[in-house]
Design a protein around this ligand. Structure first.
Ligand code: AMP
Ligand code: MN
Ligand code: MN
Ligand code: MN
Length: 283
């Protein structure tokens, strides 16, 4: 099953509209799709309807920003009810911190000799409630400060660099509860990307499970084959469902296209089997 359960549209930090992503997923052979914009559901109905029109089964999705052990961890929610008031309010509160943070990032970059970055980033943002580091990245590339967004992150936007502004996101337990209470399944996104010690990584999965989290992304654009093997083992050890998602953002930027990942390693329970009753099947 070519399931792709992680990607982004212009409603967060992707560059394609939900309809264009649906068409791209379909053209690339995706058989089950989810749009998972950061902290935002605004693209969900468009994605679901576009998928239905293409005969592409769809799961509702989002990717919630969480603070854990002094770093940022992402939790993907899949198959939840779009109208759940607690989830809607939780995501709105999580988005709420982004405006002030983006202004502070602009000020920090100005002090580093790059003026106008807040306004520049805002112009790249399709959703004014969702200015992200990615939009700053695109602005700095446009300005010619860096060759690509990877370089922007390395030089400016990560901890210890001049444009990084520490931020408090949602609590792990809250994010999981919002998803689960809305009828969905919570999944730890791209676990190999976090700068956690082995002890913290273990604690993340222990706490995540204790809160009702049930899945882990084994295959994702940022994982090497070794990362996938490591988190396949984590899935088995913790009895977690395995997910698979490209984390596609943009044709020019993303290394892995929609539908472009290899199959899940053998012996794992795919999250989409448990989510079967939550899939929007085309008429
Ligand atoms: P934010 O939610 O504003 O902190 O932005 C996080 C987003 O930045 C992630 O979802 C990725 O899309 C992007 N990102 C994070 N690290 C990198 C990196 N090293 N290179 C390129 N993009 C990155
Ligand atoms: Mn992103
Ligand atoms: Mn992420
Ligand atoms: Mn993502």
């Amino acid at each position: 099953m070519n399931a792709d359960l992680h990607c982004h549209s212009v409603l967060s930090d992707g560059t394609l509209e939900p309809e264009a992503l649906a068409a791209r997923a379909k053209a690339n052979g995706v058989e089950l799709w989810s749009l998972t914009d950061h902290d935002e559901l605004a693209g969900q109905r468009r994605a679901r309807d576009a998928a239905a029109a293409l005969g592409l089964p769809y799961l509702t999705g989002t990717e919630i920003s969480v603070s854990f052990a002094g770093t940022t961890v992402h939790v993907v929610g899949l198959g939840f009810d779009l109208d759940d008031p607690q989830l809607v309010a939780g995501l709105a509160a999580t988005r709420g911190g982004r405006g002030p943070r983006a202004r502070e990032m602009g000020e920090a970059l100005a002090r580093a000799g790059i003026p106008g970055a807040y306004e520049g980033a805002l112009k790249h943002a399709g959703n004014p409630e969702l200015v992200s580091r990615t939009h700053f990245g695109r602005f700095l590339v446009e300005r010619g400060v860096c060759a690509d967004t990877q370089e922007v992150f390395r030089r400016f936007l990560v901890e210890g660099k001049p444009g990084f502004v520490p931020h408090r996101w949602a609590r792990l337990g809250d994010a999981v509860r919002w998803i689960v209470d809305a009828g969905g399944i919570a999944v730890i996104a791209h676990p190999a990307r976090y700068r956690l010690t082995p002890t913290e990584d273990y604690a993340l999965f222990v706490e995540f499970k204790a809160h009702g989290g049930r899945g882990v992304e084994v295959l994702t654009g940022a994982h090497s084959a070794a990362d996938a093997a490591r988190y396949a083992e984590t899935a088995r050890e913790f009895g977690l469902l395995a997910s698979r998602g490209s984390d596609f953002h943009s044709p020019g930027e993303s290394r892995i296209d929609l539908g472009g990942l290899p199959p899940l390693p053998a012996g794992l329970e795919p999250v989409w089997e448990t989510l079967a009753p939550r899939i929007h099947a085309p008429a």
